[in-house]
Every structure is written in structure tokens, then in C-alpha cells.
Design a protein around this ligand. Structure first.
Ligand SMILES: *[C@@H]1O[C@H](CO)[C@@H](O)[C@H](O)[C@H]1NC(C)=O
Ligand SMILES: *[C@@H]1O[C@H](CO)[C@@H](O)[C@H](O)[C@H]1NC(C)=O
Ligand SMILES: *[C@@H]1O[C@H](CO)[C@@H](O)[C@H](O)[C@H]1NC(C)=O
Ligand SMILES: *[C@@H]1O[C@H](CO)[C@@H](O)[C@H](O)[C@H]1NC(C)=O
Ligand SMILES: *[C@@H]1O[C@H](CO)[C@@H](O)[C@H](O)[C@H]1NC(C)=O
Ligand SMILES: *[C@@H]1O[C@H](CO)[C@@H](O)[C@H](O)[C@H]1NC(C)=O
Ligand SMILES: *[C@@H]1O[C@H](CO)[C@@H](O)[C@H](O)[C@H]1NC(C)=O
Length: 909
């Protein structure tokens, strides 16, 4: 699998290293740190792409000649040194990982105008000239937020264009620094947000230091590529530049050649606008326009352009201004206008009804760009953890979450979930509050949209500036109150860029797991799986306190059922109220399967106590098709794991329960017993041995397989409901049965009896069918052979043998008294205290697959697992064309073949 995400970085062990970093390799146990080696993540040119490569080298030969007679090797060093020497192996030289410059910690905003007139001349062999007029009129604009080494990107693209295939970040020479695939074939958009907003969103994580420098110096370009991979049909590019207006951007505009303009001269031109408003005293509007293309070739200096803002449906002009451009450039020109507007005009603006045009004064019809002022181009959502400000205000522990975003039509989409919602008769009042003003004005009431199932999903079409302004500024609170009460829970709507985990359809509410935890604690988590099968997570908490050491873990179950096996993944350790990250290794196939079809529990634990604080139940995490495992037949619950770092036990699922391997149990049908081997359940039905019941009646007891002969002897004994137990199954006193063994099922050649007198199980061999049942019987009568006599001792002792029998009986009693264990199959031969043995079954012989040990009167038996070593032995015998004695092995040949097949598959995948 190509790990596309990491090609511009280096992956060493389980760590990601940025380009230019240098480190001392630590190979972990048992090798440890190689102090004489250095590794570097070096850039490597691969066609137009710059990729990271790990290069390691020895520094031993660089060790200086020691200046003293007896140099010593200090711990953690490579070279032997003399006191006071400084060798080349000092650790200070290593470029540290994850070091941020101070000014990189705060967010920085960039924008780009992507048109056919970009100054970037791509050194790109596949770029074709813009011959298609339709395509050449495609314009795009990007917004970029650099935050903690990550560059979040957003694009608005002409509506007539399809979604581009990929996005590249390139340097001025046209080298590809990083590349992102934006759509799969067919242009299917997986993301709910990107589909609803018509934006392209994502993030370039962990930008290398050199690239951060390029960005800061405005020497980086974004290129959108259309067409199929390696056969691009069309590209648009633009330079990432800083504009101070981006910090207060409220709305944006994409300017395209206006209807009626001269398409030939407007080919490849376009613009974008950054629109901010002020609502404080008198409402005003500020527009920064970045554009090209409306100048004639002869216009060189101090050229006027006409900027107008009009209400589109009314054709009413709001602002008209002529601005002079000192030195028209063919790629990027920047102008700005400010104007005082009315509240009504501001409303038209926020509802997307304001048209912005910029035209040449000399050729005002031919050279003109226009576009509506619409939603801000940045991919952004607003989320909130809803919890009470004080624990006392919320005795029921009501909690919730919310997330909002603005769609392509400029409507506000909101989703609110409340856990432990008050009863229907007393619905909560949900309002949006602007806290930026002293009055704490209520700006919107969402109460009527609230549903009984804990969700309030809805749309506000006619967004007012009263909501939009505080929303983007982070001054909007959601307040959930009961009639009469002030509020139960509330939370601030925090703006967050949409990418990775936050680009999934919905976050998941984290619920309090420990009731002694304050009722003001709450949280939400976003989870997603990318095309390369990495899991991305994003956690926001409230009320836990910032210094607590926390841990994020995920348990993935095929389903929630008793004994269900789970794969546990420790995702991260953190402190504070938020965590954002992803797995370095890709998910195992089985993990993907469970996220897709199973149930997972996401847990926030306290690192010190290990106690679970918050938990979310996760189902249906969207899995991109590229990462989906191939569906196997009968894969209701495939329980095989295919990754070595995941537990390898294989449980069986049967009748809504999970069973450990090598265990047996009675199914819902009392005559059926099943066992589990390698994740597969095998069941066998028992046919009850014949019972002659004189002077009594046969009784079929509920829940028992075989009938019991109820005669005076049995019914007179009070067994207190006690039963005989053999191999995990219990039998009523007086029952006759065949014993059950893994993997052969019921041994029909042995008949056992649960003696009501002492609740002992007595078994005897059935010799009637020599051929079937006595494969391992030895010929002749041997008193020392446990096989040689029946458990049913002859009622009349045979002469000479009588004394032997008596002797044996004494001997057996002695062994038992010394802490020995009873032998169900031959009471005369109990097992001595401390002895180890294989059980002996007549029809099978010594049962080598099971080893028992007798300790102080208690017998414990263990089955060996069917493993590769056993299989190899079996296959060797088979190669020699000898007969395989099944009872010598714990596997069947069929299992071995399966195992071999499985191993091969893993090796190739
Ligand atoms: C441009 O697109 C329109 C419809 O969108 C189509 O009718 C026209 O043929 C196209 N022109 C070219 C040159 O492709
Ligand atoms: C994408 O958006 C359109 C309209 O905005 C909607 O009809 C469609 O169902 C959406 N598709 C997905 C996959 O969300
Ligand atoms: C500026 O543009 C507007 C609308 O496009 C137009 O009505 C107006 O006459 C233009 N003014 C000038 C001075 O060109
Ligand atoms: C609201 O939206 C969430 C997330 O998309 C969804 O799970 C839930 O079922 C919706 N509820 C209602 C009542 O529409
Ligand atoms: C709940 O938290 C308290 C205090 O933090 C702790 O003593 C207790 O063991 C926790 N209970 C559980 C079930 O984890
Ligand atoms: C009672 O039944 C048991 C088992 O079938 C048998 O061994 C025993 O002889 C019977 N007792 C009488 C008194 O019939
Ligand atoms: C059985 O053997 C163990 C040591 O294996 C010994 O400690 C114990 O006393 C013995 N039990 C009896 C009843 O002799």
C-alpha cells in the first residue's frame, strides 16, 4: 500500500519526521539506540515531485584521534573521548523535531487567486494551452490558514467547473512540494460539508520548515488540476499571499468574466474579494478586490477602474466608486473600497443578494468581472460542547453538543444533540445569544425545531448580520434552558477549519461514564478514516480541568455481545481540552471492518487511575472505498485478524455469544454441544444411549438431553439439584450419556453414567462394534492396562483375579488419599498427586492434544492449540505417505491447509 500521505515526509519506525530533520536512530528493543549512526530526512527529486527519503550513515570514522592515552566511551556517545573533548557525536547538532518558531503558533491567513493568468509558468510537461474557451473561463480562489505547522486550505471554484482531481503546492520553479487527491473518479464528493458548501477543503499537516519559510515569503503556489491522474487536462494556479483583510473576512466573492463581456479578451481572467463589515455604530462595508484582466495592453500607469456593489434583484446600486490602479499587472492587482451602508443593505449582503462588479472605465462593457458576495470561502464550521456552567445547576447531568455551518446558498445549517433531554411536556428552550454586547442579546430562537429524540436539526435561510457577525467572531453561545430556569446547559460556538476528522458527517457526543464526575463535564469527538486508512480524531472537552493527564483509546467490537472480542487501540495521551491527531500506521483490515460494520467504544481515561471518564459509542464510521476491505463470503463476523500488532486470539460467535477458542458449551438444544476452534464453531448432536428402566419410568426433564430413569433408588435420594459435570456439561443424576471431546464430538464408543449415589461419573467402553470402537484396544486381558477391564467391575469376582481386584482397589484409594485425582474412565487407576498425563479414550487411544495435571485432588486440563509446528509435523507424516493418527495431533489436515492459505494471503497483502 502506498502511503500517499507521507511521501513528502519521512516515516522512521512509528514516527513521522519532517524534511530536513536529523536524528539518532532508536531501533527499540532489543537493539536500542545506535549512537554511531545518524539519520536524516532529505528531499529527493522524483520527476516534478519532491519527496522525503531517510538516509542513515555512520559517524564512527569521524571520531577524532583521542588526545589522551586512555580515552573512555561515555554512555550515550559514539566516540571514545578524553576528559574535556567535544566529539562529532554530540547530540546538540541534531535538528530537533516539532520545534515551532514563536510566530508560527498564532494563526496566519493567506489567500490566492487562481486564474489562467497566474505568474507561475509551470514547468509542467502536460499543461496544455488554454484553447477551450469554456475551461479558460474557470476561476478559483483559495483561503489558507496556517496554524501550528498545519496549512488548512479552502477553495471556491467557478460553478461551471467540475471538482478538480488534485491540488498541488508548488514552488516558483514548478516543483511539487505536496500533492492532495481531491476526488475519486466520477468526481464523487464524500464529504457532507464539501458537497453542501461546494468548497474544496483539506489540510497540509506538518509542513516542513523549509516550506513554512517559502510560505512566509509568499513564494508558494497552489495549483488545481483537472483530468485523470497523470493526464491532466487543465490546471489553474495562483500565488499564496498575505492580505491583512483576511483576519476580519466575513464574506467572499469569486469574480468571473461578466455576462456580455468580450470572452476573447477576458480569457483566463478573474478575481476574488475579501468582504468585511462593521455593525458597531454606523454599519459599513470594506471590500478588498484581488483581480486581473480588465486592462487593455496600452494601459500602463494610473488606470481608473469602476467598482460597483448593487442589490442584484432590484438593480439598485449601493456603492459606485472609481479607484485608480497605479501599475496594472497582468496577474495580480489589489484595490479596496469602504462605504457606509444601511442595515437593510447589510441584510441583503448577508443573504447573498449583493453583486460586486469591477470594470474597465475605457471599455466598461467588454472588460468586466462580476460575482455575488457569498459565504466566506474558508472551510469552517462552528462547534460547541454543551454543559452546565456549574455542577449544581444540572443535577440530572444533561449534556449535549452542536455544530453549525453555512452552505452554498448562504443558509445556516445547525445540528444540536442533547443527552438526557427533559420530558416532552417540558421542552427545553434553545436560543442563540450574542455575548459581545453588554445586553447579551438573544439573536435566534431554535426551540420550535427541537425534536423529541434529542436532536434539533434545521436550517436558517435568511441569515441576519446579527447572527453572522458574532458567529464568525466566536461570540455566539447556544443556551438550553427550561421554562422558569435560567439555563441548564450552554456552550460557545467555536470556529474550526473543516478537514480530516472534522470533515466527517457528524461528531459523536462523549457521555459521562463516572457519575462522581462533575455534571459540568462534557465533550464531543470527530472521527474519520482517510483514503490511506489512517484514523483521524479530534476531541473537544469541557469541564475536566486543563492539567489532568488523559488518554484516548478505542475498542473495536464486531458487535456488542457477551464475551465479544475487541481490538484495542491506544490513540493518544494528552492534557487540556482538545486533541487532534491521526494514527501513523494504517488500520488493519479487521479494524476497518469493525469501524464500518461493528460497534466501537471511544474512551477518555484518566492516565493516573485508568478510570474511564467519558465514553462515546461509535457506529458507521464512513470508510472510503479505497480503504474498504474486500468483502469475504459469509463474513457476517470475520474474526481473523490480519495484523501482527493486533491480538491474535480467535473467538467464536454462536447464538449471540462469544466463546474462547478450545472451549465447548451446550447450545440452546440440550442435545447439542459445540466447540470453538480457530474462530469456527462446530457442533455435534448426541444420541442418547439406550437405557433399560425396570420398575420405574423414564422421565424427560426440561433442559436435559437424555431421559432419566426414575425408580425408587433415584427418587429417594435427595441430590439437592446437584449434577455430575464432565467437560463443561452437566448431567442429571441417573443419566446415561456419551462423553464429548474437542474436536471429535460425542464419543459414541464410550457410555457414561452419572451415579446418583455419589454423583460420580462412571464410564465404560462399548466393545460391541470392534471395528468402529476399538481401534486402539489391545488384545488380551492385562490387569495393569487401564483398557483391559471395564469400569463395571464383574459382579462375581473371577477366581485369582479377585485378590488382584481388591489390591487394585486399595491402591486406588491410597492414591486418592494422597491428593490424587479420579479417573472417570477407569476408577481403578486414579492419577497421582502432581502427575501429568494425557486422557485416554478407548476409541481414540491416548488423547495427546490435551494435557492434564493433577494437583491436590483437582485435575486441570489444557488443550494445545493447533499451530504451524503441529501442522508441519502432520504434513511431514503425510509426505512419507504414512497414516496420521488423529489423536496424536490437535489439528486436522483441513485446518492446516486453511492456516497455510491464510499465511500466504497475509504475506502477499
Ligand atoms: C461551452 O459550454 C456550452 C454549454 O455550457 C456549450 O454549449 C458550448 O458548446 C461550449 N463551448 C465550447 C467551445 O466548448
Ligand atoms: C450534495 O448536495 C446536493 C444538493 O446540494 C444534494 O442533493 C445531494 O444529496 C448531496 N449529496 C451528498 C452525498 O451529500
Ligand atoms: C460603473 O459600472 C456600473 C455598473 O456596471 C455602471 O452602471 C456605471 O455607469 C459605471 N460607471 C462608470 C463611470 O463607468
Ligand atoms: C440530526 O442529524 C444527525 C446527524 O446528521 C442525525 O444523526 C440525526 O438522526 C438527525 N436527527 C433528526 C431528528 O433529524
Ligand atoms: C469515578 O471517579 C472517582 C473519583 O475520580 C473514582 O474514585 C472512582 O473509582 C471512579 N469510578 C469508576 C467506576 O471508575
Ligand atoms: C434404578 O435405575 C438404575 C438405572 O437404570 C438401575 O441401575 C437400578 O437397578 C434401578 N433400581 C431399581 C430398584 O430398579
Ligand atoms: C500434593 O503435592 C503437592 C506438591 O505438588 C503438595 O504440596 C501437597 O501437599 C500434596 N497433597 C497431598 C494431599 O499430599
Amino acid at each position: 500500500i502506498l502511503i500517499d500521505n507521507f511521501v513528502s515526509e519521512c516515516v522512521f519506525g512509528k514516527e513521522i519526521r519532517e524534511l530536513g530533520s536529523k536524528w539518532i536512530p532508536d531501533l527499540g528493543q532489543p537493539i536500542g539506540i545506535l549512537y554511531c549512526m545518524r539519520c536524516e530526512c532529505v528531499p529527493f527529486q522524483k520527476k516534478r515531485r519532491i519527496v522525503g527519503r531517510v538516509q542513515c550513515y555512520s559517524i564512527k570514522e569521524k571520531c577524532p584521534v583521542p588526545t589522551c592515552d586512555e580515552p573512555v566511551l561515555m554512555p550515550g556517545r559514539c566516540c571514545k573521548t578524553c576528559p574535556g573533548d567535544v566529539g562529532p557525536d554530540t547530540v546538540q547538532d541534531i535538528i530537533p523535531q516539532n520545534v515551532m518558531e514563536e510566530d508560527e503558533k498564532t494563526s496566519k491567513h493567506y489567500a490566492a487567486l487562481l486564474t489562467g493568468r497566474s505568474s507561475l509558468v509551470l514547468k509542467n510537461e502536460f499543461t496544455k494551452p488554454l484553447s477551450d474557451l469554456n475551461k479558460s473561463n474557470v476561476v478559483a480562489t483559495g483561503r489558507f490558514t496556517f496554524h501550528k505547522k498545519n496549512l488548512f486550505y479552502s477553495f471556491f471554484i467557478s460553478e461551471k467547473a467540475a471538482r478538480p482531481h488534485s491540488l498541488q503546492f508548488v514552488d516558483a520553479q514548478g516543483n511539487i512540494l505536496e500533492e492532495f487527491t481531491l476526488s475519486t473518479s466520477g468526481g464523487f464528493v464524500n464529504s457532507v460539508y464539501q458537497n453542501a458548501s461546494r468548497k474544496v477543503c483539506g489540510v497540509w499537516r506538518r509542513m516542513a520548515k523549509d516550506y513554512r519559510k517559502l510560505l512566509k515569503q509568499e513564494k508558494m503556489y497552489a495549483v488545481l488540476v483537472w483530468g485523470v491522474k497523470d493526464q491532466s487536462e487543465f490546471t489553474l494556479s495562483g500565488q499564496l499571499m498575505k492580505y491583512s483583510a483576511l483576519g476580519t473576512e466575513l464574506m467572499s466573492s469569486l469574480l468571473e468574466p461578466a455576462p456580455g463581456s468580450d470572452s476573447a479578451s477576458m480569457m483566463g481572467t478573474g478575481g476574488t474579494a475579501i468582504v468585511s463589515t462593521s455593525t458597531s455604530v454606523t454599519p459599513s462595508i470594506n471590500v478588498v478586490i484581488i483581480f486581473n484582466g480588465i486592462f487593455t495592453p496600452t494601459e500602463k500607469e494610473d488606470i481608473p477602474v469602476n467598482v460597483t456593489l448593487s442589490i442584484d434583484e432590484k438593480k439598485q446600486i449601493v456603492v459606485e466608486e472609481t479607484v485608480r490602479v497605479a501599475k496594472p499587472a497582468s496577474d495580480i492587482n489589489v484595490i479596496s473600497i469602504s462605504a457606509i451602508v444601511t442595515q437593510a443593505q447589510l441584510r441583503y449582503l448577508t443573504r447573498g443578494h449583493m453583486l460586486l462588479s469591477i470594470s474597465s472605465v475605457s471599455k466598461k462593457e467588454d472588460l468586466k468581472l462580476s460575482g455575488n458576495v457569498i459565504t466566506k470561502a474558508t472551510c469552517e464550521l462552528f462547534q460547541s460542547v454543551l454543559s452546565s456552567a456549574s455542577p449544581n445547576a444540572n443535577p440530572e447531568g444533561v449534556s449535549g453538543m452542536a455544530w453549525f455551518y453555512i452552505n452554498n446558498a448562504g443558509s445556516l445549517i445547525y445540528n444540536i444533540q442533547i443527552d438526557k433531554l427533559p420530558p416532552k411536556e417540558n421542552p427545553p428552550i434553545v436560543t442563540l445569544i450574542d455575548v459581545s454586547t453588554k445586553r447579551k442579546a438573544e439573536v435566534e430562537d431554535l426551540t420550535s425545531y427541537f425534536q423529541g429524540d434529542g436532536w434539533a436539526n434545521g436550517t436558517i435561510d435568511k441569515l441576519s448580520p446579527k447572527v453572522l457577525d458574532p458567529l464568525y467572531k466566536g461570540d455566539l453561545f447556544i443556551n438550553v434552558a427550561m421554562r422558569g430556569d435560567n439555563n441548564i446547559i450552554r456552550g460557545k460556538l467555536v470556529p474550526k477549519p473543516v478537514a480530516d476528522a472534522r470533515d466527517s458527517p457528524a461528531p459523536i457526543l462523549l457521555k459521562r461514564e463516572n457519575s462522581s464526575l462533575s455534571a459540568s463535564v462534557g465533550g464531543l469527538v470527530w472521527l474519520s478514516v482517510d483514503n490511506d486508512c489512517h484514523l483521524h480524531y479530534d476531541v473537544s472537552l469541557s469541564g475536566l480541568g486543563g492539567d489532568r493527564k488523559l488518554e484516548l483509546g478505542l475498542e473495536m467490537y464486531p458487535m456488542i455481545a457477551p464475551g465479544a472480542p475487541f481490538i484495542s487501540r491506544q490513540l493518544d495521551q494528552f492534557q487540556g481540552n482538545s486533541l487532534e491527531g491521526s494514527t501513523v500506521e494504517i488500520l488493519a483490515r479487521e479494524e476497518v471492518n469493525r469501524l464500518d460494520n461493528g460497534v466501537s467504544l471511544l474512551k477518555i481515561k484518566d492516565q493516573n487511575t485508568g478510570g474511564v471518564l467519558l465514553m462515546a459509542t461509535v457506529t458507521k464510521v464512513p470508510i472510503p472505498p479505497a480503504c474498504k476491505p474486500i468483502i469475504q463470503q459469509n463474513s457476517l463476523i470475520p474474526l481473523f485478524y490480519d495484523s501482527s500488532d493486533v491480538i491474535t486470539t480467535v473467538k467464536c460467535y454462536f447464538e449471540e455469544k462469544f466463546y474462547d477458542p478450545e472451549t465447548s458449551w451446550v447450545s440452546k438444544n440440550p442435545c447439542q454441544m459445540c466447540f470453538c476452534q480457530n474462530g469456527k464453531t462446530t457442533c455435534d448432536m448426541m444420541t442418547c444411549p439406550e437405557t433399560s428402566c425396570t420398575e420405574g419410568k423414564m422421565v424427560q426433564v426440561d433442559g436435559e438431553c437424555c431421559p432419566v430413569c426414575m425408580n425408587n433408588t433415584i427418587s429417594s435420594r435427595d441430590t439437592n439439584g446437584q449434577k455430575c459435570i464432565l467437560n463443561g456439561k452437566s448431567y442429571l443424576p441417573g443419566t446415561k450419556f456419551h462423553p464429548f471431546f474437542i474436536p471429535f464430538g460425542f464419543d459414541l464408543c464410550t457410555e457414561c453414567y452419572c451415579d446418583p449415589m455419589d454423583l460420580e461419573i462412571r464410564c465404560r467402553r462399548l466393545n460391541e462394534n470392534e471395528k468402529k470402537c476399538c481401534k486402539n484396544c489391545k488384545k488380551g486381558f492385562d490387569i495393569n492396562d487401564p483398557l483391559s477391564d471395564d469400569i463395571d467391575a464383574p459382579s462375581v469376582p473371577v477366581k485369582n483375579q479377585g485378590s488382584e481386584y481388591a489390591k487394585k482397589k486399595d491402591f486406588a484409594a491410597k492414591i486418592l488419599a494422597e491428593g490424587g485425582c479420579k479417573n472417570s474412565f477407569n476408577p481403578k487407576k486414579p492419577f497421582a498427586n502432581g502427575s501429568e498425563y494425557h486422557p485416554f479414550i478407548d476409541s481414540l487411544g491416548e488423547y495427546k492434544c490435551v494435557t492434564c495435571k493433577c494437583e491436590k485432588g483437582t485435575q486441570t486440563c489444557k488443550r494445545q492449540l493447533c499451530d504451524m509446528t503441529t501442522c508441519r509435523k502432520m504434513l511431514d507424516i503425510k509426505k512419507r505417505r504414512e497414516k496420521i493418527n488423529q489423536s496424536d495431533f490437535c489439528c486436522t489436515l483441513k485446518q492446516c491447509r486453511k492456516m497455510r492459505h491464510k499465511k500466504k494471503q497475509n504475506a502477499t497483502s
